[in-house]
Design a protein around this ligand. Sequence first.
Ligand SMILES: Nc1nc2c(c(=O)[nH]1)N[C@H]1C(S)=C(S)[C@@H](COP(=O)(O)OP(=O)(O)OC[C@H]3O[C@@H](n4cnc5c(=O)[nH]c(N)nc54)[C@H](O)[C@@H]3O)O[C@H]1N2
Ligand SMILES: Nc1nc2c(c(=O)[nH]1)N[C@H]1C(S)=C(S)[C@@H](COP(=O)(O)OP(=O)(O)OC[C@H]3O[C@@H](n4cnc5c(=O)[nH]c(N)nc54)[C@H](O)[C@@H]3O)O[C@H]1N2
Ligand SMILES: [Mo]
Length: 721
Amino acid sequence: MQLGVLDCFTAFAMTPLLSHNHASTRNATMTATTLSAPASSTQILGACPHDCPDTCSLLTTVQNGIAIKVQGNPAHPHTAGSLCTKVSRYPERTYHPERILHPLKRIGPKGSGQFERVSWDAALADIAARLQTIAARDPQAILPYSYAGTMGLVQGESMATRFFNKLGASHLERTICAAAGGEGLVHTLGGKVGMRVEFFAESQLILIWGSNSITSNLHFWRYATQAKHNGAKLICIDPRKSETAEKCHEHIALLPGTDGALALGVMHELIQNDWLDHDYLARYTLGWELLRARALTWSPERAAAVCGISPEQIRALARDYGACAASRAPAAIRMNYGLQRVHGGGNAVRLIASLPALIGAWRDRAGGVLLSSSGNFPVQRAALQRPDLLAGRTPRTINMVTIGDDLLRPSSPSFGPAIKALIVYDSNPVAVAPESAKVVQGFARDDLFTVVLEHFQTDTADYADYILPATTQLEHWDVHSAYGHTDALLNRSAIAPLGEAKPNTQIFRELAQRMGLTDPCFSDSDETLCRQAYGDAVSFDELLAKGFATLNTPEAPFVQGKFPTPSGKCEFFSERLAARGLDGLPDHVPNHEAAHSSSAYPLAMISPPARNFLNSSFVNVKSLQDSEGEPLLEMHLDDAAVRNIVDGDTVRVFNARGDYQCRAHISARARPGVVNGLGVWWRKLGLNGTNVNQLTSQKLTDLGHGPTFYDCLVEVALVVS
Ligand SMILES: Nc1nc2c(c(=O)[nH]1)N[C@H]1C(S)=C(S)[C@@H](COP(=O)(O)OP(=O)(O)OC[C@H]3O[C@@H](n4cnc5c(=O)[nH]c(N)nc54)[C@H](O)[C@@H]3O)O[C@H]1N2
Ligand SMILES: Nc1nc2c(c(=O)[nH]1)N[C@H]1C(S)=C(S)[C@@H](COP(=O)(O)OP(=O)(O)OC[C@H]3O[C@@H](n4cnc5c(=O)[nH]c(N)nc54)[C@H](O)[C@@H]3O)O[C@H]1N2
Ligand SMILES: [Mo]
């Protein structure tokens, strides 16, 4: 690799400063020669980069410059020495024979996946020139597209955001995951805050609501299991009989997108039976009389009809929850983002987040609700991202969920310039964004210049003009926050970058340099960025020493109210929403595509995560792909039988947006009327080169401009071979 001026600021430069012994491993690759070098084994502390609530502390064993094992750090209480299967395969992913290890330039038609090797020098020079030409006319024609390939504060949104801010590129609204629920929390509790996860172990009742914890939040499940051993009752609320649902005492298999109605039905019963904490309601909540009046219109019969369950199930749930009000037994709710990927996701989260205040559950540290803890982290975003580089400009914003439509929009006064350049990093939009047919059509545009920073030739990379090789978490430094616990983490690089891979930060540093952007902030090293992430708010020395630092958050945050809302109360009624012309009071908002509302497409499809994948990451790791088998659609026996479908048949799943072929799996995990297409496979590994997102829509949620992946009607037919 040719060392440019800025190379002294790469992660390598941190080695002597943050002393651990990888200098000697700088040129290590998986070759016989390095393997024969003298054995020296070290363990490096890191952090799992993935989009998962657990944000585990990692211990990587490095021998002769090669990472031979990645384990959970036993000294980190939340990780407790164990990892999920997929991240324990991180070395397999890192040393995957298909890793992209040098820059590639497209030589075939877009999407054909044909590339030739080029030097960094040639790639960066051409990319800089192309971007400069576009920026000279209107920098808003350039769009960054990124999400959570790495959740690292440094490799995610630091140098990259500085670069796009300085250019004046379009802003990306990063709403593809958690926006509806996030806004729901902000307008109820005041922020992405709630119970501390460790205290679920002391709860007596746990509602696991819209979450398959065993799959997507394994380290929470450990606390839930402790509670279960101590006699707690666990109830899972999920259309799918998930791995988690089958291990709970009860499972309420409601129709997708009906959680708001269920919460209102429960409230109705709490009020009717006076299972309420009147003192808590009077002191620490806002809008109780209004919410009470609305909830009283939601009899269990009305709610049950919407939810597709029995009124008795709602009464029983309310009885269990209400009993905790009388006995002061701590009742906890673990929500996850599964329930907010529907039209009414924001309102549903508002209603569920309101429940603890009705029974005074917040009085106990083991009571309340947790959806996300990320609002506790004192991340110094302005220092990392430098919005001042915008210098007063306010570029237009493109929602990442509607990238399909937006790539196909021509220039217009309302939209602004057509998107001419797309720089994708930490994301695989061709696989994960909704309504893929349009996304693919947009990416296939010949007049679109696309650069993809990646580890692998994903579905998105197939459409790139240039693919630039990015380092993995084992090869760079980073600092992390979390959304399922309250510890900040540091990731040390364990091995040297493989091949010619570079950290995202370094790629944007070099692009900035090539484009003549000379602000001193483009020279900040990764160490400087790591220190800037929390500034003085978290001890960097502690991060260096232990790999993690626990935030100083209260054990029972709302025992005396003090919600971070404008009123300081739990806001059943939100003045801020009312001021925007929205309903200040949460309600059940039906799906855009509600179950039973279409005779052409009579089945509701959800597409929750497969256990061994992480969104579309790990899909190409052989051992994990083998565990998942192939793309599947879980169907209830009754729905299959009327369509003459038997287990193992190839089926066509379709709606007006497109069709997708996969294998039918007749399974008790699916309830009648709902099919489960576990995601997110790479399109190119699917039977007809598509995945579930061929069927999902670009319609948005009620709050937060989020996606509605689980608000999707389909029909299924047997493919006759
Ligand atoms: N193994 C694995 N872990 C992951 C991920 C992954 O892809 N694989 N994804 C990560 C990401 S990106 C995130 S955002 C987090 C959280 O990721 P989430 O996608 O929230 O993950 P889950 O906890 O699996 O929650 C989804 C559950 O909600 C259920 N569900 C679907 N629709 C509804 C509904 O309308 N109501 C209710 N009550 N339930 C519904 C699904 O059946 C599923 O069991 O997890 C992360 N962890
Ligand atoms: N149908 C359906 N669609 C969904 C979902 C669903 O449940 N159903 N879930 C949605 C959710 S919750 C989310 S969060 C999104 C997730 O969507 P994405 O954030 O796009 O997640 P991934 O598919 O895992 O893609 C991340 C990519 O980043 C790359 N990457 C990882 N680390 C780095 C790095 O350091 N540098 C660079 N340059 N690249 C890196 C990985 O190789 C991977 O290809 O998908 C959404 N799409
Ligand atoms: Mo997500």
